[in-house]
Write a protein that binds this ligand. Structure first.
Ligand SMILES: Nc1ncnc2c1ncn2[C@@H]1O[C@H](COP(=O)(O)OP(=O)(O)O)[C@@H](O)[C@H]1O
Ligand SMILES: [Mg+2]
Length: 253
């Protein structure tokens, strides 16, 4: 996502860019970006990547909610182009060497789904020398980090580690998001309606206006019961049964 399409996140993009610039000057840093599903964690990092792509190498480790096919280090193996040694220590060293090849912003997306071996590798990377040209941005879905709690408690104590919690977009930022989506400024009443229903979660905002006439005064008649609009996607499991139609479209971003 280009930074120009990212509504209301200028300060947060600035934090990531500053961390990457520090890394280029030889100061290693890490940022844990947390927030509810759909709040824009991945979009934020993509926006920063856009700005930084010609200054620093950006590498992504993507963690997935795998179950039966989960294997240790799968997200790391998928990110590396070369095979990873089987021996654990050799594997950690190989990741370190990979990251040392050039100034790097390492993104670990959806850390809450990382397997224990991947967390070990990441801990090893974070605990390394503080003068590497390395920045690490890890996204974490709030409310699902229970298995991560101990790991996070330790990681937070390491030097150079900072945290950022993404808040929902305010009305003005939601208006910006809608203006970008519609290609023109929508009516105030439509902005109010969307913001009230999405609660400022940008993913819900994008779902609500799909197929909506940009000149509409308000959203079409309620597509789902009143209890649904303020549900963040990760709360779907606890949703009232009447929300089923709406929830059936909610694919996790
Ligand atoms: N700041 C933003 N401005 C506009 N749209 C956004 C913003 N943040 C997120 N989005 C939209 O919401 C969707 C979900 O964002 P995403 O980054 O995938 O959420 P998360 O990673 O927190 O679950 C994105 O695909 C994008 O369309
Ligand atoms: Mg994401």
């Amino acid at each position: 996502m280009a930074p120009s399409d990212l509504a209301g996140r200028a300060a947060e993009v600035g934090v990531l860019v500053a961390m990457a610039e520090d890394a280029l000057r030889g100061r290693t840093g890490a940022l844990f970006v947390s927030g509810e599903a759909g709040i824009g964690k991945t979009a934020l990092v993509r926006g920063a990547e856009h700005l930084l792509a010609d200054k620093i190498t950006v590498r992504w480790i993507r963690c997935l909610p795998l179950t039966a096919l989960a294997t240790p280090l799968l997200p790391v193996r998928s990110a590396l182009s070369a095979p990873l040694p089987e021996n654990g220590f050799a594997a950690m060293r190989a990741v370190d060497d990979w990251l040392a090849q050039r100034p790097t912003l390492l993104v670990v997306d959806d850390l809450q789904w990382a397997d224990p071996a991947t967390l070990d590798v990441l801990m090893y990377v974070l605990a390394g020398e503080p003068d590497r040209r390395l920045a690490v941005a890890a996204t974490i879905r709030s409310g699902e980090e229970t298995t991560l709690a101990e790991w996070l408690a330790e990681a937070r104590r390491l030097p150079g580690v900072a945290e950022l919690t993404l808040q929902r977009l305010d009305r003005m930022a939601t208006a910006e998001q809608l203006t970008a989506a519609f290609g023109r400024i929508p009516r105030d009443s439509l902005i109010d309606d969307v913001h009230a229903r999405s609660g400022g979660n940008p993913y819900l905002t994008s779902l609500l206006v799909r197929g909506v006439d940009p000149d509409a005064a308000v959203l079409p008649a309620p597509m789902f019961p009143g209890a649904c609009p303020n549900l963040a996607p990760y709360q779907v499991a606890a949703a009232p049964a009447g929300c089923a139609v709406f929830l059936s479209w909610v694919q996790f971003a």
